[in-house]
Design a binder for this molecule. Structure first.
Ligand code: HSE
Length: 403
């Protein structure tokens, strides 16, 4: 019997409790041990809930309980989650968390403590909800150099962009509708400005390359400037606009970015619509591998947490190696990163054609039937060169990078 404590009985914590209970037999068979939730930490009481009798309000009760072998952290936020997780690992207890903010900020330190204490710090649910990606990155894709890892890592923005594409609805209307349906948070900033996807790609890039990629260092652009005209142009280009988070090798360094991108039909991410997430990994030996599924949701995310609990339960006293040290990964500077841009400028084609060629060199015009603007696709240029050309023109409406 393995005793588990859950820190936080919110959506994911109660989902973990439910998965462990509903699938207890199969989980016990596949783990070789019964897994029992012994206590749950939460500030609230849950009268009438099945877990009512095992709710505790003080972390010390869990910390001092020598029978606890695995701690599940589903509280969210940095503090006191960090302190509780660290204290648990220092006691040699494995910790399984769904908390991407915690993993992105303290990953290397917590991985190191787990290694020293011969236990495990596992975080499958912190990226991509129910999609298995952390363990495959650590094991199945381990023989490969990851040339590129890119993904649709945020369901809220993918839902909004899909609705705009399929129904021609504008951004504000879809956002309000998504909030009313509970798909988008009341305060949607972290999703629509790309901060959520940024933390997730920071974790994936850190694991793919073995060193710390700080989320603060990743250029991040949200989807708030995307209009229906952009979507119509994308259609003309045989593409869809997606919020793409990516990390790739460029000139021996890592180029990481979160930004709306034009994804053409040849890219497997093209068909990832609605609230679904996907991660495309390009290994130098395995080639392209795509992971697709529900990036959020109570039971999908809880299932990923429980997979970590089972992994920890199968390895008592053994640290499963995670390569993620605190040496900062050298990133390509934003100005040096290279993209091909789709650009819209105000004014007619006749007014712009010569100026655009002078600023960008050779471009390919795109016509979506708007006579008051001129749109074109550049060759591959650096961000630095793009900014200079944009300043020279002075009448840019919007630009979107190709992926
Ligand atoms: N808010 C996130 C999303 C889910 O929309 O994908 C949690 O990471």
């Amino acid at each position: 019997m393995i005793n588990v404590s859950i820190l936080g009985y919110g959506t994911i914590g109660s989902g973990v409790f439910q998965v462990l209970k509903e699938n207890c037999q199969i989980i016990a068979e596949r783990t070789g041990e019964e897994i029992k939730v012994k206590s749950i930490l939460d500030l609230r009481d849950f009268p009438g809930d099945e877990a009512e009798g095992i709710i505790v309000h003080d972390f010390k009760e869990i910390d001092n309980d020598d029978s606890i072998q695995i701690v599940v952290e589903t509280m969210g936020g940095l503090h006191p989650a960090y302190e509780f997780v660290k204290a648990s690992l220092e006691k040699g207890r494995s910790v399984c968390t769904s908390n991407k903010a915690l993993v992105a900020a303290f990953g290397p330190e917590l991985v190191k403590i787990a290694e020293e204490k011969k236990c495990n710090f596992l975080f499958e649910a912190s990226v991509g909800g129910g999609i298995p990606i952390i363990r495959p990155l650590k094991s199945s894709i381990a023989p490969d150099i990851v040339e590129q890892i890119s993904g649709i890592l945020n369901g809220t923005t993918n839902y909004i962009l899909t609705e705009m594409t399929e129904n021609g609805t504008d951004f504000e209307t879809v956002l309000k509708d998504a909030q009313a349906k509970g798909y988008a948070e009341k305060d949607p900033t972290a999703d629509i400005e790309g901060h959520d996807a940024c933390r997730k790609i920071a974790i994936l890039a850190s694991l793919a390359y073995g060193h710390q990629v700080d989320f603060e260092d990743i250029y991040t652009e949200g989807i708030t400037k995307i209009t229906n005209r952009d979507i119509n142009y994308a259609g003309k280009l045989g593409a869809k606009i997606k919020l793409v988070a990516s990390g790739k090798i460029q000139d021996g360094k890592i180029c990481a970015m979160v930004a709306p991108g034009l994804v053409t039909a040849t890219n497997p991410l093209y068909s990832v619509d609605g609230v679904f997430n996907a991660i495309l990994v390009r290994g130098n030996m395995a080639g392209d591998i795509m992971f697709y599924g529900q990036g959020a949701g109570k039971l999908a995310t809880a299932s990923a947490v429980v997979s970590d609990i089972m992994e920890a339960a199968k390895h008592p006293g053994i640290n499963i190696k995670t390569i993620w040290d605190n040496r900062k990964m050298e990133l390509v500077s934003f100005e040096e990163s290279v993209s091909k841009f789709f650009v819209r400028v105000s004014g007619t084609k006749a007014e712009n054609e010569t100026k655009v060629s002078e600023a960008f060199g050779s471009v390919t015009p795109v016509d979506a039937g708007y006579s008051d603007e001129y749109a074109f696709v550049t060759e591959e240029v650096t961000e630095g060169a793009y900014i200079k050309a944009e300043e020279k023109l002075g009448n840019i409406i919007n630009k979107i990078r190709f992926n």
